[in-house]
Design a protein around this ligand. Structure first.
Ligand code: GLN
Length: 477
């Protein structure tokens, strides 16, 4: 069983030398899933037979390739808000029970084109609303480093499955931090690409102006392979952008420290955060300075309002996107003869508490008389935050900041929903601006749980993130 740190190129070498076959690899991963799944609860559905069948097909044509496709024979997990044709898409919600995907998401097709083996659908916070992985109809996802702690969310299964060695790479979605936060709680790499870089066709919409699909992996090469596989223009998503794509070799180039200025936002100095997280972050900055990076403080005056702006915009968009789950068209239906009652009961019983809270808030923010005061004002502040980000890149090549102000909490810890929103303070700005950003694992808490940090680049410059990460992985991890 290759560790998560072993890059895919190494596995491909083994395939070529006949030391390992795709079927053997998939069998080993299925075996691992069987053993650790009872602890992590990272899958909603494991595709055992389908995955083995797919591995057999790939194995039969391995000799045809001079060079293997990027994910050939590699076990991949997919968050359960992304369609895989013929299988259920639940979004971890009761309201979608019984619903089957009629088509593949574009990213699913792309994973298959690159030879990936889809191992199953991963657990998540219901409709991707949450930061801890505890809001799922299918139960919470436990942290593979210590099952008494949560994995983080909303791509909880995507992070836990990679960390537990249940899949090699996974796909998650990130609206306000949902790839980066669980990646950092579980000690793996996670990338939110530039908005428009990866097609959202076949991703169940939460907040369409913020949602973006991205990969999680145990090392930089695997992350780059998954990213290159899924990126690209798609006419089926009107927000996807036709722009030059990155190649693996360009991403894996390492930078030299004196090429690079890292800017840390001043908010990190006085935001409410865990002492250990703060110390770890400032230690990191001094270590980076020691090896020659120029590190400087940058001012982004409006990012202090990110959480409030995000909550207004994302809930407004969600209230509209989730209106389609009425019991008539998808999944779960409360049976009755009175239409009004069917709607009410279906939605009342089909959605969990957090999703209902968001729908109510969004509906209120969009309602007549409040629209200008809340939604419109939030859009204006979003623009100011975006301007802050754009300007900060005149002073720095990359921004560097913590991922979450607090480390993974215990499963049984009391959690107040409003204070959970503030876990996304450092991740939300890149969603509001559309910027790519990457979570990189680094350090541990006193409970021996992983910590991480985040780097953010100008739009379309995922290459800078990967170049930094390549250097960092080589010399720091
Ligand atoms: N934690 C944030 C929320 O609850 C982000 C979710 C996400 O990125 N999908 O909305």
């Amino acid at each position: 069983m290759p560790d998560k740190e072993v890059p895919i190129s190494h596995i491909h070498e083994m395939f070529k030398k006949g030391e390992l076959t795709p079927v053997e690899l998939v069998e080993r991963y299925l075996d691992r899933i069987k053993k650790s799944f009872a602890i992590t609860n990272s899958f909603i559905k494991v595709f055992d037979e389908y995955a083995l069948e797919r591995a057999r097909e790939l194995e039969a044509k391995i000799h045809k390739y001079e060079e293997l496709p990027l994910l050939f024979g590699i076990p991949v997990g997919i968050k359960d808000n992304i369609n895989v044709k013929g299988f259920a898409t639940t979004c971890a919600s009761r309201i979608l029970s019984g619903y089957k995907s009629l088509y593949n998401a574009t990213v699913t097709d792309k994973i298959l084109e690159q030879g990936g083996v889809v191992m199953g659908k991963l657990n998540m916070d219901e409709f991707a609303m949450g930061a801890l992985g505890n809001y799922s109809f299918y139960g919470p996802v436990r942290n593979p480093h210590n099952p008494e702690f949560l994995a983080g969310g909303s791509s909880s299964g995507a992070a836990a499955s990679v960390a537990a060695g249940e899949v090699k790479v996974s796909l998650g979605s990130d609206t306000g931090g949902s790839i980066r936060l669980p990646a950092s709680f579980c000690g793996v790499f996670g990338l939110k690409p530039t908005y428009g870089r990866v097609s959202r066709y076949g991703l169940v919409a939460f907040a369409s102006s913020l949602d973006q699909i991205g990969p999680l992996a145990g090392n930089v090469e695997d992350l780059a392979r998954a990213y290159v596989s899924i990126a690209g223009y798609d006419p089926l998503d009107s927000t996807s952008v036709d722009i030059e794509q990155h190649h693996l070799s360009g991403l894996m180039k390492e930078i030299t420290p004196d090429d690079m200025v890292l800017g840390y936002p001043d908010i990190v100095e006085n935001a409410r955060m865990d002492q250990e997280v703060k110390e770890s972050f400032f230690n990191l900055l001094s270590e980076l300075t020691n090896v020659g990076f120029r590190v400087k403080k940058v001012s982004l005056p409006h990012i202090a309002y990110s959480v409030e702006v995000y909550q207004l915009i994302s809930t407004s968009e969600a209230s509209s996107n989730l209106a389609r789950y009425d019991g008539i068209r998808y999944g779960f239906r409360f049976r009755g003869t009175d239409l009004e009652k069917v709607y009410n009961k279906t939605r009342g019983e089909g959605f969990g508490e957090e999703v209902k809270r968001r729908i109510l808030l969004g509906t209120f923010a969009l309602s007549h008389g409040y629209y200008d005061e809340y939604y419109l004002k939030a859009l204006k502040v979003r623009r100011l935050i975006k301007n802050d980000l754009d300007e900060s890149f005149h002073d720095a090549d990359l921004l560097i900041l913590p991922v979450s102000p607090f480390p993974a909490p215990r499963l049984d810890e009391e959690k107040d929903p409003i204070s959970l929103y503030y876990l996304d303070l450092f991740t939300i700005p890149s969603n509001l601006g559309g910027n790519p950003s990457m979570a990189i694992p680094w350090g541990k808490t006193h409970d021996n749980l992983p910590l991480g940090f985040q780097i953010v680049s100008p739009l379309w410059r995922e290459d800078l993130l990967f170049n930094f990460a390549t250097y960092f992985e080589k010399y720091f991890i």
